[in-house]
Design a protein around this ligand. Sequence first.
Ligand code: GTP
Length: 327
Amino acid sequence: MGLWDRLRRTLGDAGEKIGSAFGRGLAKTRHALVDPLEGLFRRRAAFDDDFFLELEEILIAADVGVKTSAWLVESLRADVRKKGLTTPEEVREALAARILEVFGDDESRFRLTFAPEGPTVILFVGVNGTGKTTTLGKLAYRLKGEGKRVLLAAGDTFRAGAIDQLRLWGERVGADVVAREEGADPAAVLYEAVDRAQREGYDVVLGDTAGRLHAKQHLMNELRKIVRVVGQKLPGAPHEVLLVLDGTTGQNGLRQAEVFLEAARVTGIAVTKLDGTARGGVVVTIQKELDIPVKLVGVGEGREDLLDFSPAAFVAGLFGEGEGRTP
Ligand SMILES: Nc1nc2c(ncn2[C@@H]2O[C@H](COP(=O)(O)OP(=O)(O)OP(=O)(O)O)[C@@H](O)[C@H]2O)c(=O)[nH]1
């Protein structure tokens, strides 16, 4: 079975819808990556050194990252040689297959983890302005739609504005909010939220946290304390620590993330603002270099603009499968 058929099979009945949602979200990245690739196919008759050199430049420009791009190009070069690929279609498919290989075959790794019973606690961490609160709000909206009882915890107590923003999301999606005053101990807010969730039978607690990078040591201590306190209150929690990365910052965002990776056991990544960037290739780099699954992607400012990440949908969307085109 060819790659495109395999992707279709993985995505199943909802495939077309998922593929086109990813296709729309990745439109700018596709223009930066796949369109130049088509141009390259037209200009270069042979898959020679110049072809691979140009391909590497295209990948790097779409923020696939230097190391990952080099790996992709070398793998593709080997494919062309060993499998005797001669047509653009074959080479395009081999490249898509190599990108898919970076993510591995196990789609379940990319799904959010929920506690088998009792409340699930999901913490959102990341630099301010990356879209943490928005992503949390969108997820709350989705979970509410699934009939879950959702409690939001305003753990970014550094700014009154952040607390208000979370309250607003609570109103907008009909979720209850636990908040204290500005300057309160974030761990205490999270403790209170988990306690209330246990007593009152909430299904999910979504916890916001602060992301001030200039106070690095303080930030790390604060995060560690939150994770510790939540874990003591509810063994197994937090079930997810989601690092929110702004897709428009590409590789720079990855470097900023290191503080959070040091401070907490990050279980998944949410990449936001994919709709506004040609740097969606950063998703491939995150996988190759951090090996932490991307679980959610933001593709707009609306409350429905949140997608579950899926490697098959990502590759299908990237190569235009979801747009009703045959790749
Ligand atoms: N286009 C687009 N905009 C987004 C997306 N996610 C978030 N945004 C916007 O990004 C901006 C920042 O989002 P916030 O949720 O406030 O970011 P934050 O990380 O919580 O930042 P602080 O509140 O400062 O801690 C807002 O204007 C959001 O509407 C997305 O997926 N696509």
